[in-house]
Ligand binder design. Sequence first.
Ligand code: N01
Length: 547
Amino acid sequence: MAEARKTPVEASEPGVMDFDVVVVGAGFAGLYALHRLRGMGFGVKVFEAGDGVGGTWFWNRYPGARFDVESMEYSYAFSEDLQQEWNWPDRYSKQSDILRYINHVADKFDLRRDVQLETRVTSALYDEEANLWVVETDRGDKVTARFCIMASGNLSTPRVPDFKGLVDFQGEHYHSGLWPKEDVDFSGKRVGIIGTGSTGIQMIPNVAKQAKHLHVFQRTANYSLPARNGPLPKGEVRDHKADYAARRKAAYFTPFGIAGYPPPEKCAIEASPEEREAKYAAKWAQGGTISYLFSYKDLLVNEESNETASEFVRARIREMVQDPETAELLAPKDHPIGTKRICLDTEYYETYNRDNVTLVDVRSAPIEEITPSGLRTADGEYELDAIIFATGFDAMTGAILDIDVRTTTGLTMQEKWAAGPRTFLGLMVAGFPNMFVITGPGSPSVKANMVVAIEQHTDWIADCIQTARDRGLSRVDATVEAEDSWVEHVNEIADSTLYPRANSWYVGANIPGKPRVFMPYVGGFDRYKVKCDEVAANGYEGIEMTK
Ligand code: N01
């Protein structure tokens, strides 16, 4: 049940506000922000669109949804008690276990009383005169707060391509990111999955086991590595827990915010072909994406080096997939490995050896329309009882731009980000005082262990607000100069790598008309954290704190 409405308070009444902080979203980020800021004595209100907490892990319930970072690492570090008491069953946990964990956190830290569910924030207006944010929701709430924190997620705005005819489709259709709570049974059904990103690749082997026939509509092949998932051995968990605090700290000094993978010292081009083959084979056998990317230190900056790692995976695909034509379609050739999120799978490629699975290339013959009984591509018609859209998200900016964010001085986020997102450290947007973003564009976000990034961001925001409070100041804004120089730095780093070579959601390529800007910071989580710490140590250099 949603809480009773607050009496609306006029923003123009100086000094009067409902809350110190409004947080948008109750996923990993929003819940930790609530816990941290409440602990500082702030009155915090969280609005969440879902009817439960968990964010990404609340919405993405599709068959096969699970972590692609190891469970022992992809979890909160802020409470030793929590990390000692919680037991992850699998190396890469499944969605239902992750949701159970987040609900446990919400209960353990008594978070639910400040979270209003089934409430979508529709607008956030900064009232310059009152120095307050006025936040409105789709349920008629209008609340004021000194600070507004966007914990609205990077991959939380699902996107179904604008296919002609979808409204007339007679079968069932689903988007992976809006999956029903009840189990969906595809037994005996002719199913079509559109999309072969991380989601499609996790889902396809599971749906194939149920469906009468599965057609996979692939536009771009992706690299996927074996997860080698399985139950976590008790001894391994015991050792990890005995050393948890040190491991968490060590994660801060790694490029991906994940401890336990020694960084490589050698370049791939310096190694002999035999040495490289042996190295890649060992990593392939070990499983996991970081492990593979850490084969050599130049894989993401040198095309020739990268090609050796890319070709190793293509060769494995050709071995695993029996039909040579299908194997060739599945072997990615249009981007260097790692420049799109590498997928992690369980029996993905082997699934194409099943009699009930057909791969359809919609690069050469695109989907033209959804028909009442299936879909039509440029060279064929497919009869389907169910269509699954694993077509991704309006990533990194979608959730914030869906909210009407503006100031009484006339600045709007839509205009500010019209040519692509601009932030200082991915944390603040100049001209929008007292608004913070957790894992926003311009921060490592999706290029790091998200939970580590979330905790680091939230702690930094909390310290920044505390500093302002200690100085008797209540208005915090990034300067345009600091923001400009950060944006330039983010671009410079991206341009020094192979990342911009891929048409990925990192550059907004999956959304027609979205400005092509490289959004995550790829200089490494470790380097990024040093920069954030420096900014704080230098008295919040690049940030203006005023009355
Ligand atoms: O989305 P995507 P996702 N016609 O955008 C295709 C995280 N994640 O949901 O590449 C035909 O990657 C599109 O084709 P193309 C992870 O960070 C994590 O899979 O644009 N096809 C692509 O194949 C991941 O990167 C986990 O040519 C169309 C697919 O749809 C991110 O979420 C699990 C199309 C979309 O792939 C997003 O992954 C799952 C069209 N009109 C996801 N439009 C974990 O393991 C789009 N496509 C933690």
